[in-house]
Design a binder for this molecule. Structure first.
Ligand SMILES: C[S@@+](CC[C@H](N)C(=O)[O-])C[C@H]1O[C@@H](n2cnc3c(N)ncnc32)[C@H](O)[C@@H]1O
Length: 294
């Protein structure tokens, strides 16, 4: 089976259209789980008062709101996503929070040239870039959108071994759906997680001053059953893989996943192993610009 990036992206968009409501509904769980890494991502992108921030693959807007609070009334955040439905939740959340500095735009993260060049101080992307079939096209657009010296910061999962809460469901679904292992360079949750991969793709895209920090981010829930409910309802990537399993067989797949995840239950509830990488880098100055700055 050859990988078809156009078909993949069409399916990705539809899966997130379908999962949008659930991703939004699980928002409080997401923010508790991803919150500490999100703050590190905003630090790494130098998001501060007055920042102009581009959020790529913004989803329901958890990190959008965090960025908007930092940027304040003098700054602004543009939240973009390929799924208009999930983005509508980001817009609603910003309005409900009284954040008037947030705008949303339906946009493919690989086609950001609709934005004026050099018009952002920071670009952020939380667990989004991993799902892009052409990560270099995405990074080129982000680099173009940044002013020279502006920083990109992204959160991705590290390796399957350090993210059992997700890699166990992925491997069970892959086996049941008889999917081949992902090829290097193909999109997927762990596509940027191996040591050196992020630095490599950022360097190829022409970024400078790369920094990568591993952030332990255990997923705490009352039980393994609750973790399965969270992933079953809201993880678009799992739905996409599960499409290859006949609908009648899917409940048994989820049962197997729950059994496997029970190993992370104790008297303290469920603690799913998760390690995130917060990667950041700077858009370069041209030689002329460097000269002018002196
Ligand atoms: C795991 S969700 C993360 C959402 C949000 N950043 C968060 O952390 O809550 C992945 C998001 O990537 C978006 N996405 C996937 N492919 C995309 C693409 N090519 N361009 C823009 N967004 C994309 C999906 O629509 C979805 O909202």
């Amino acid at each position: 089976m050859t990988f078809d990036p156009v078909q993949y992206k069409t399916t990705t968009r539809q899966q997130w259209e379908d999962a949008a409501e659930a991703w939004h509904r699980w928002g409080p769980t997401l923010e508790t789980w991803l919150g500490p890494a999100t703050e590190k991502m905003l630090d790494a992108a130098n998001v501060t008062t007055g920042s102009r921030v581009l959020d790529v693959a913004a989803g329901g807007g958890g990190q959008t709101l965090a960025a908007a609070r930092r940027a304040g009334a003098g700054g602004r955040v543009l939240a973009t996503d390929i799924s208009p439905t999930i983005l509508s939740y980001a817009a609603k959340a910003a309005a409900e929070a009284g954040l008037t500095n947030v705008k949303t735009l339906e946009a493919d993260g690989e086609a950001l040239d609709v934005l004026p060049a050099g018009s952002f101080d920071a670009v952020i992307s939380r667990v989004g870039l991993i799902y892009f079939p052409d990560q270099q096209a995405a990074l080129a657009g982000m680099r173009r959108a940044l002013r020279p010296g502006g920083r990109i910061a992204a959160i991705v999962y590290s390796t399957p071994e350090r993210n059992a809460f997700f890699s166990i469901p992925v491997s069970i679904i892959r086996r049941r759906a008889q999917l081949p292992p992902p090829q290097p360079g193909q999109p997927g949750p762990f596509s940027l997680g191996s040591p050196g991969v992020l630095e490599g793709v950022l360097s190829i895209a022409g970024f400078e001053d790369m920094r990568v920090e591993a952030v332990p981010s255990p997923l705490r829930l009352p039980s393994a059953a609750e973790c399965v409910r969270f992933e079953r309802e809201s993880f678009g990537a799992l739905h996409q893989m599960l499409a290859g399993v006949p609908a009648a067989d899917r409940p048994a797949v989820w049962d197997e996943i729950e059994q496997a995840l029970r190993q992370f239950e104790s008297d303290d509830g469920f603690v799913g192993p998760c390690e995130l990488l917060v990667a950041s880098a700077a858009a370069p100055w041209t030689v002329d610009q460097r000269h002018e700055r002196r």
